[in-house]
Design a protein around this ligand. Structure first.
Ligand code: URA
Length: 219
């Protein structure tokens, strides 16, 4: 999908849509209505690994001294304490791949639902300790739809004291990108696709349906 309709240069700054052929191929499997939950979960995991590679390409490194079997050398070590912040429930599907890549990461869950009356996100789960325990938070949510949950989560993390935050998702709608970029222009966004639009029920079109339902077989 190559729809950037209505997105300004400011919206598109630090907004990264992967062009990797493996990601594009795997997205077709996710979008396919006939893909069963088991395969769906596997492909979410695979795409997340590839997106992780892209989203962490600028992680700061520190120098450490190590011994190989042949010599002692200066080598590199990730200097940043990383927190993974999956937005419940569909963000959970991205955690396994991220932890595989960054085993030392902490996982802090945030639960939000949308109030049907006000359409505003309401927090129902947040066990963050008083002080921030990480330097960088990677917020995980497969679908950047209205952007409401992403903005609310990032509000919480900034209030917590997180200094650096990135958002990672699978599919974004222009409406969600605009809302997120306007509320948090300092937060880079990494997704596998920018789709056409949101429908009247808040679903991304063409999208893949409800990412939680498709992962957990609750359609
Ligand atoms: N959440 C989803 O799971 N899918 C959408 O299309 C929008 C929000």
């Amino acid at each position: 999908m190559d729809s950037q309709v209505g997105l300004s240069d400011a919206d598109l700054k630090d907004f990264h849509v992967s062009k990797h052929p493996l990601i594009l191929h795997k997205l077709s499997i996710l979008r396919d209505v006939n893909t069963e939950p088991k395969r769906f979960r596997e492909v979410v995991d695979e795409i997340t690994s590839l997106l992780c590679y892209e989203a962490t390409a600028d992680l700061p490194l520190s120098t450490i001294r190590i011994k190989t079997p042949l010599a002692e050398i200066d080598s590199q070590d990730i200097a940043t304490r990383i927190g993974l912040v999956p937005i419940l429930r569909s963000g959970m599907g991205m955690v396994h791949a991220m932890l595989n890549m960054i085993p030392s990461a902490q996982v802090w869950h945030i639960g939000l639902y949308r109030d049907h009356r006000t359409l505003q996100p309401v927090t129902y789960y947040n066990k963050l300790p008083d002080q921030a325990t990480v330097d960088m938070c990677l917020v995980l949510d497969p679908m950047l739809a209205t952007g409401g949950s992403a903005v609310a989560t990032i509000d919480i993390l900034k209030h917590w004291g997180a200094r650096q935050i990135k958002f990672m998702g699978l599919i974004a709608a222009p409406e969600g990108v605009r809302t997120l970029r306007q509320a948090h222009p300092d937060v880079p966004v990494y997704v596998a696709s920018l789709d056409s639009h949101l429908n009247e029920h808040g679903y991304i079109v063409p999208g893949l349906g409800d990412a939680g339902d498709r992962q957990y077989g609750t359609i």
